[in-house]
Design a protein around this ligand. Structure first.
Ligand code: ATP
Ligand code: MG
Length: 579
């Protein structure tokens, strides 16, 4: 491909509204352009990378016997009504009507559609297991689209769904897909880590996220370097506290706390530490009020509370609910004398002489004690883990890392098949619901995540298997015929070896060409300049290294193509999977 005719509109300036490094580089290198918030155009160079990622995923899904399908983006409401998700999904679901006034949504995922397909087409246990996957556009009206294509409203996903006769068979497939995912992210040249995860709106009992490690990631991972336990902090189990208060119980007392309600302010006013405070949080779980208690220095984990209560919908209670139940505003609520279902985090049980709101404006209670002054309905792990917490498996200290979620696997069980009456006949002729799994990968997000991990001050450094081109040939002076002839010969020879080659045939200064070559991040650069050409040489440089090598002109093709094909095997770099 000749650069002078190729649509790669590189930018010298930093795009003003790009909020992360990968978005800036994708815009500057001419991979994408923004149409509106969370909506992007993929330009030729960007699309080449996207297709590389797609192909790696396709090969690995096929290797575990996946069968590619193509499902519609427009999905009828009636399927979503069958699972109840039309109500549950919330505002991320883009809903619209056709000309006959029938409700549809734009696919944010495809459990309903695929379950419907399989219930119509699969009859017997003999046809199982079945692993179907597709590549396609997904729409989610994200509340805050950001970080370029990383959190877009329209994005490109690989979604896969598996159907089984029983849990054991799902377990085997889950393991196969898990390993396929390890191969995919490894082949993409990413440093990543699979972690235990929350199941969210997709549901099911068990799931893993695949995280690309990057300081700019939105997710936080808690991991134990000793036993290998790793989980999203949304999911990570918290151990009950390891140090117990041993003070004697003092008498309960009501104290004035005028205009003071945050944990920090009350703790300062009353001269107590935050771990003596009991936070009292009101929620509504499937329309029933519930009160959650966590220690002042801890944070409630809503996902844990929702799972514990087995609630379809959980949301924070309104001010009215606080008034009705506690007779006061949010900051003055407390568990003493409260007539409500109270769920307390394990750590609350160990707080001796705690402090909480007094259920009266401008008043708090000091020296409150569990058992004597209030009795939670139940104790559970409902808080987020935090720095200093111990691993639930081996009790060593957790480490925290930032990560970008690029893939997510779920054991769904029969959530969708039961709701949609999708079943098969067993060998005994009994109709049984399919046991299901589902497996997503953010194809477009991977491109951004790879850049987030692989770059330097000058631009992108593509991992070899994602690079849009293998090599860029830079003739430094296009008006010099001998130099151009040599550059074009190298270009054609490299192409004949099966490499993807970009020829920078633009009539511009050498400095501009070098800068753009670095920005674009093509793994190999061959520079043809007058001085070296005079002694029969060209310069060879890897984008990832600062070394420049002078190579005989007739050796260039051989050198680059042998290096390329050496690095082209599809074996896995086990070091990339951080266990
Ligand atoms: P997130 O927590 O980041 O919103 P999710 O849990 O909603 O992700 P899934 O429903 O599991 O995501 O979707 C599968 C994959 O699609 C994710 O692992 C992620 O890589 C990608 N993805 C999800 N939302 C977006 C988005 N808004 N833009 C780009 N990629 C996305
Ligand atoms: Mg999401």
């Amino acid at each position: 491909m000749k650069l002078s005719k190729y649509l790669i509109p590189t930018l010298k300036e930093l795009p003003a509204d790009a909020d992360t490094l990968s978005a800036r580089l994708m815009l500057r290198a001419g991979l994408i352009r923004k149409v509106a918030a969370g909506l992007y155009e993929w330009l030729p160079l960007g699309l080449r990378v996207l297709k590389k990622v797609e192909q790696i995923i396709r090969e690995e899904m096929d290797r575990v016997n996946g069968q590619e399908v193509w499902l519609p983006v427009l999905q009828p409401r009636e399927l979503w009504d069958e699972t109840g998700r039309w109500q549950v999904y919330g505002k991320e679901l883009v809903r619209l009507k056709d000309r006959k006034d029938t409700d549809f949504c734009l696919a944010p995922t495809a459990e309903e559609v695929i379950t419907d397909l399989v219930r119509r087409e699969v009859r017997s246990y003999r046809e199982l297991p079945l692993l179907l996957y597709q590549f396609g556009t997904k729409f989610r009206d994200e509340i805050r689209p950001r970080f370029g294509v990383m959190r877009a409203r329209e994005f490109y996903m690989k979604d896969a769904y598996s159907f089984h006769a029983d849990e054991a068979d799902l377990g085997r497939m889950y393991q196969d897909v898990f390993e396929a995912y390890n191969r995919i992210f490894s082949r993409c040249g990413l440093a990543f880590r699979p972690v235990e995860a929350e199941t969210g709106a997709i549901g099911g009992n068990f799931s893993h996220e695949f995280m690309v490690l990057a300081d700019t990631g939105e997710e936080t991972i808690a991991s134990c370097e000793v036993c290998g336990y790793a989980a999203n902090v949304e999911r990570a189990e918290a151990l009950p506290p390891h140090v117990k208060d041993e003070d004697d119980m003092a008498d309960i007392e009501e104290v004035d706390t005028p205009d003071t309600w945050t944990v920090e302010d009350v703790a300062r006013l009353l001269k107590v530490s935050a771990d003596k405070m009991i936070k009292t949080l009101f929620y509504v779980a499937d329309e029933k009020p519930v009160v959650a208690l966590v220690r002042g220095d801890h944070e409630l984990n809503e996902a844990k509370l929702q799972r514990l209560l087995d609630a379809k919908i959980l949301h924070k209670a309104s001010d009215e609910v606080y008034q009705q139940t506690a007779g006061c505003d949010v900051g003055y609520a407390g568990p003493v004398g409260l007539n409500a279902v109270i769920v307390a985090d394990h750590a609350v049980s160990d707080v001796v002489n705690g402090v909480s709101g007094a259920n009266k404006k401008d008043k708090h209670l000091i020296n409150i004690n569990v058992g004597r002054d209030y009795k939670p309905s139940r104790y559970a792990d409902i808080r987020k883990v935090q720095e200093g917490d111990l691993c639930p498996r081996c009790q060593k200290t957790f480490l925290f890392h930032k990560g970008i979620e690029v893939g997510h696997t779920f054991m769904l069980g029969t959530k969708y098949s039961q709701a949609m009456r999708a079943g098969f006949l067993t060998d005994k002729g009994e109709k049984t619901p399919f046991v299901m799994g589902c497996y997503g990968i953010g194809v477009s997000r991977i491109v951004a995540a790879a850049i987030e991990q692989c770059h330097d001050g000058n631009g992108i450094i593509w991992p070899e298997h994602l690079a849009p081109f293998d090599v860029i040939v830079l003739p430094l002076n296009v008006s010099e015929p001998a130099l151009m002839t040599t550059a074009e010969k190298i270009y054609h020879d490299l192409k004949a070896k099966g490499l993807a080659v970009l020829l920078d045939d633009r009539d511009c200064r050498a400095g501009v060409k070098f800068k753009d070559a670095d920005l674009l991040g093509i793994p190999w650069r061959v520079t043809v300049g007058e001085k070296k050409l005079a002694v029969g040489k060209a310069e060879l440089k890897k984008r990832s290294s600062s070394e420049i090598e002078d190579v005989d002109i007739d050796q260039v093709t051989e050198r680059v193509s042998s290096a390329k094909f050496l690095g082209n095997d599809i074996s896995i770099d086990e070091n990339a999977i951080i266990k």
